[in-house]
Design a protein around this ligand. Structure first.
Ligand code: NAD
Length: 275
């Protein structure tokens, strides 16, 4: 099965469906990522703060999959923001991953109280220029954070990875991203299991109509909106299910019904106040 790719503003391509490893325990990561690679995922989303980069790296090495067929993302943790500290942080991440470069490096949160995200963005530009990250972007940036880094630098972030699921659909930021050429990635695409998303009639009725699960409907909703998505699971069976989403298409009416669920319910922190 071929996963569609999205073209980034720097000319690189990213597989639109990937696999996230937030809250995958360090000693589970190698097994979980090995399963994901065997299922067919080629895009893995980790972060320094997940403490599982080593396990991800071991799974990649053991897989024998050519490096250029994989897309690996990691993230600069808040405490490492700043010029020297960002350079040191990418080196540590690469070492843990056992890689010469990542495909995507993201500033994890703006962490505004530190006042360092613009400086860190300039370090990201240097990290890309040094070949340690093929693409660079940000995460949890509101429009005003994006405007600030765009104004202060020579590079428009390729990606903004933001909380995004049917009850928190981020329509404004998605349309801003479209205008600026910033691709949008969804974190918590299934609402992190923090509200009964899979029981909402707009989702269960589409699942019944297509003979698929509610999770597959939600992943399909992201994909049909052009959003990059990487649901997380420790279960190989669910990983397989979440990858099997290219054999059906939601109708316009089903898409609109799910769009109508957006009521501004966040499951995570507000980036303006998160430290
Ligand atoms: P998610 O929305 O992917 O939800 C994960 C939960 O859904 C887990 O409890 C899992 O068991 C369940 N689930 C997965 N597949 C299922 C299925 N088929 N049926 C039923 N339940 C299923 O939440 P997430 O892990 O927070 O987000 C995905 C990825 O986004 C993360 O793993 C991480 O890579 C990234 N992320 C980034 C940030 C950030 O600040 N940038 C924050 C959170 C997550």
């Amino acid at each position: 099965m071929t996963v569609p790719t999205i073209s980034l503003n720097d000319g690189n391509q990213i597989p639109q469906l990937g696999f996230g490893v937030f809250l995958v325990e360090p000693d589970e990561a190698e097994r979980v990522v090995t399963d994901a690679l065997e299922v067919g995922y080629r895009h893995i989303d980790t972060a320094a703060i997940y403490k599982n980069e080593e396990g991800v790296g071991r799974a990649i090495a053991a897989s024998g999959i050519p490096r250029d067929e994989l897309f690996v993302t990691t993230k600069l943790w808040n405490e490492d923001q700043g010029t020297e500290s960002a350079h040191a942080a990418i080196d540590r991440s690469l070492e843990r991953l056992g890689l010469d470069y990542v495909d995507l490096y993201l500033i994890h949160w703006p962490s505004p109280t530190r006042g360092k995200y613009v400086e860190s963005w300039k370090a990201m530009e240097q990290i890309k220029a040094a070949g340690k990250a093929r693409s660079i972007g940000v995460s949890n940036f509101h429009q005003h954070h994006l405007d600030e880094v765009i104004e202060a630098s020579d590079t428009v972030p390729a990606i903004d990875q933001i909380e995004l699921h049917p009850k928190f659909a981020q329509t404004q930021l998605r349309s801003y991203g479209k205008d600026k050429g910033i691709a949008i990635e969804a974190w918590g695409p299934l609402g992190q299991g923090k509200y009964p998303l899979f029981e909402l009639p707009e989702i269960t009725s589409a699942a019944e109509a297509h003979g698929v699960t509610p999770a597959q409907v939600v992943i399909r909703w992201h994909l049909q909106h052009g959003i990059i998505v990487f649901p997380k699971t420790n279960s190989r069976e669910r990983a397989q299910q979440n990858f099997d989403v290219f054999g059906f298409e939601l109708t316009d009416a089903e898409m609109s019904a799910i769009d109508g669920l957006d009521d501004g319910t966040r499951v995570g922190a507000d980036p303006d106040t998160a430290t």
